[in-house]
Design a protein around this ligand. Structure first.
Ligand SMILES: [Zn+2]
Length: 232
């Protein structure tokens, strides 16, 4: 049976309580987790899976939309705990996920750190440390733009660059739904670019979000914000 389950996982963001929404796609042969939480969140992911009646051992694949810390943060720990899990990422993101290239987000944060006013220096330094704490994980298979994957009756890799250069989203045919990753987020229910100030290529990110909004899919599930249903 094909099933789409959206996990809701608390993510501390300063004093504010925030949530992320990793998705799980299950069919008779595989169980795919789309994005893998922040650093140290493996236990929360395991708990969320169990709450939804899934055993963490059932996860066969993890698809990573991009290499940001809140998407790949628990991937290395998960792979260590469940070594049979296969990690998938786009060809362009894979070197940053596996650590063969330095994280673009860390490079950006280190660059910005030099320009931060005195009162923001501590915050900036803590953010850089957080990014440095992301453990690299080997990518078992690279994904290409528009590639069709067999999971859950078929899904398609959508290239949605901008937030990072190799960012991908996933269109799930069976559910007529897109998993956006960080190509789109929701704020008060409205589509927005997540952290536009950190977007590596703003114009491409805007084009990618537009691509998702003009896609005929009925729903978009945002990693930050959850379910967005299109009204026609
Ligand atoms: Zn994110």
């Amino acid at each position: 049976m094909n099933e789409l389950i959206i996990l809701k996982i608390e993510m501390p963001y300063g004093a504010v309580k925030d949530y992320i929404y990793p998705a799980v796609l299950c069919d008779d042969d595989s169980c795919v987790l789309m994005d893998c939480g922040y650093v140290g969140s493996l236990q929360k992911i395991e708990e969320a899976l169990r709450q939804d009646g899934l055993s963490p051992e059932a996860i066969t694949h993890v698809i990573l939309t991009h290499h940001d810390h809140d998407h790949v943060g628990a991937a290395a720990a998960l792979k260590q705990e469940y070594p049979n899990v296969r990690i998938l990422a786009s060809a362009e993101e894979a070197p940053y996920v596996s650590g063969s290239k330095k994280s673009l987000r860390l490079e950006q944060a280190e660059r910005l750190q030099k320009e931060l006013p005195e009162e923001q220096q501590a915050f900036g330094a803590a953010f850089c440390d957080l990014l440095r704490s992301v453990e690299p994980v080997q990518v078992d298979r690279v994904l290409q733009e528009d590639e069709r994957l067999p999971f859950c009756g078929g899904c398609q890799v959508l290239a949605t660059p901008g937030h990072t250069p190799g960012h991908i989203s996933l269109y799930l045919k069976e559910f007529d739904t897109i998993l956006s990753g960080d190509a789109m987020a929701l704020e008060q229910g409205q589509p927005v670019l997540p952290n536009p100030q950190f977007t590596l290529d703003l114009q491409r990110a805007k084009d990618s979000m537009q691509r998702l909004l003009s896609h005929p899919a009925q729903s978009i599930i945002c990693y930050h914000g959850g379910l967005f249903k299109k009204l026609y």
